[in-house]
Write a protein that binds this ligand. Structure first.
Ligand code: NAP
Length: 452
């Protein structure tokens, strides 16, 4: 937008004081190369005369916003010529099985936010996540988020200590009693959502033995799966790697930790621990079989296997996809996939309101996928934006008039840079030195941001 319309000025809002969203709170700490995308953010914000940052300011009027003093979406729309929603997916899907609310059952998203130092997740499940009493972890779902969680739980804390992982997570991992991490998928290995890099990484961790079971691979090789593999080089490479892992899988525990990748298992019931009925003790899973056409195979219960399989489990992570929330009752949401109804980025029946990213197309794809997505939305906007602004008053000043506290609460780009420098310095001073020591407390963030 900055490139195409030289007259356009942009204000960026973020609910949290530190921006970057999923890059900061979602990308795994041992994938620092993925975070280099923040340099694009810096480039955008370097247009000082055209771009302003107002973080620590929440937009929206729904339950999901969870912040007092937030600015209703409609008020924001009245103040600006156009508004783009880019707030992603901040909720998750449930399994809808009995026992899901027991202690020790949490979403992978919460776990990821926890190890990445999200201020709202730092004290999450303190009892469970000190990991002292966690021997067996089960992760439901087989996307890259599931493998990120498995890898972080499997790696030695020393390997992670120099990354930007939060200090509380390193401490918990140092106490960790984890012996097995079992990642279960309801469909077969050909349908698994993870990519080869993430599965290969599991084979390269010191002291960790990844396992796959030949019989489950055989069950998944339906004629439709064979068709799915035809002319599909990425899938074939993953299958080759999985077959290699299966050939090297043994039942003995030679290494410190096992990571089992299991297929064709559907979670049926979370069973409480016999020692404490408020906590998870195991997960009952049912054997499934694949039915349907290639690329549309579904997992259905395999009735030839009568008794459920029980997986011991002291921590259960649900990694079955993220879900977007609505920040306003005026926002037209798709009930089916929880995205905002839109046509090429233009929000339905909402003039000059646009959407990008996961909120637009659902929680899939890598960071780069958003480039094409954003270009499409910008192209739509360019066709519609008026030649000249309809507003004579600075929109920010207009909003501040209504809420004077915003002028002191909002965090500017210069103040974000102050927090950034503070974190990098704290990282240099930590033992061992790390990329950065993230601020995990909102009050402390504001204190640093507003310091002279
Ligand atoms: P995902 O890739 O969509 O995977 C979701 C997984 O959950 C699938 O295996 C799916 O199985 C399973 N699932 C869904 N509903 C289920 C249910 N009710 N019971 C059992 N299993 C269920 O989602 P994600 O892992 O959250 O990742 C989101 C996006 O971020 C992806 O595009 C991912 O590649 C990306 N990401 C990338 C990286 C990276 O590049 N390192 C890291 C993290 C995330 P079915 O296929 O059977 O539905």
């Amino acid at each position: 937008l900055l490139d195409i319309r030289k007259d356009v000025k942009i204000d960026l809002y973020d609910r949290l004081p530190f921006p970057y969203g999923l890059v900061r709170y979602g990308v795994a700490p041992d994938h620092p190369e993925v975070k280099s995308v923040t340099s694009t953010f810096e480039e955008v914000c370097s247009h000082r005369d055209r771009v302003r940052m107002f973080s620590n300011v929440a937009i929206g009027d729904s339950e999901a916003v969870r912040k007092p003093h937030s600015i209703p979406l409609e008020e924001l729309r009245r103040a600006y010529d156009a508004v783009v929603l880019a707030y992603g997916a901040s909720s998750d899907h449930d399994l809808r099985i009995p026992g899901e609310n027991l202690d020790g059952v949490l979403s992978a998203r919460s776990f990821v936010n926890w190890y990445n130092g999200h201020p709202e997740f730092k004290s999450l499940h303190e009892q469970t996540l000190n990991l002292k009493n966690v021997k067996h972890v089960v992760i439901v779902g087989q996307g890259n988020v599931a493998l990120d969680c498995a890898r972080i739980l499997a790696k030695s804390p020393a390997e992670l200590a120099t990354t930007d992982i939060s200090a509380h997570a390193v401490k918990a991992l140092e106490n960790s009693a984890v012996e097995t991490v079992t990642v279960i998928g309801r469909r077969g290995h050909v349908q698994a959502a993870f990519t080869i890099k993430e599965i290969r990484e599991l084979t390269k961790i010191d002291g960790v033995h990844p396992r796959v079971f030949q019989e489950e691979l055989a069950l998944g090789m339906t004629s439709a799966s064979v068709k799915e593999l035809e002319n599909n080089r990425p899938k074939k490479r993953i299958t080759d790697l999985i077959n290699t892992i299966a050939a090297e899988s043994t039942t003995t525990m030679e290494k410190k930790r096992l990571v089992d990748i299991r297929f064709l298992l559907n979670p049926a019931k979370v069973v409480p621990s016999s020692a404490d009925s408020t906590k998870v003790g195991s997960l009952e899973v049912e054997r499934t079989k694949l039915v349907g056409e290639p690329f549309a195979q579904k997992a259905v219960k395999d009735d030839s296997v009568s008794s459920p399989i029980t997986l011991p489990c002291d921590l259960l992570l649900k990694s079955v996809g993220y879900k977007s929330e609505s920040i306003s009752s005026t926002l037209p949401m798709n009930a089916r996939n929880h995205t905002v109804q839109n046509e090429k980025g233009k929000v339905s029946d909402s003039p000059f309101l646009y959407v990008v990213g996961w909120l637009k197309r659902g929680p899939s794809g890598i960071i780069g996928t958003n480039i094409g997505d954003a270009k499409e939305t910008v192209a739509t906007m360019i066709n519609e934006l008026p030649e000249a602004s309809k507003h004579s008053t600075d929109p920010w000043q207009l909003l501040v008039q209504q809420r004077p506290f915003l002028s002191t609460e909002a965090v500017t780009w210069e103040e974000v840079q102050k927090m950034d420098a503070y974190e990098v310095k704290a990282g240099e001073q930590s033992n061992p030195p790390k990329i950065r020591e993230k601020l995990v407390d909102i009050e402390k963030m504001i204190q640093v941001a507003k310091s002279l």
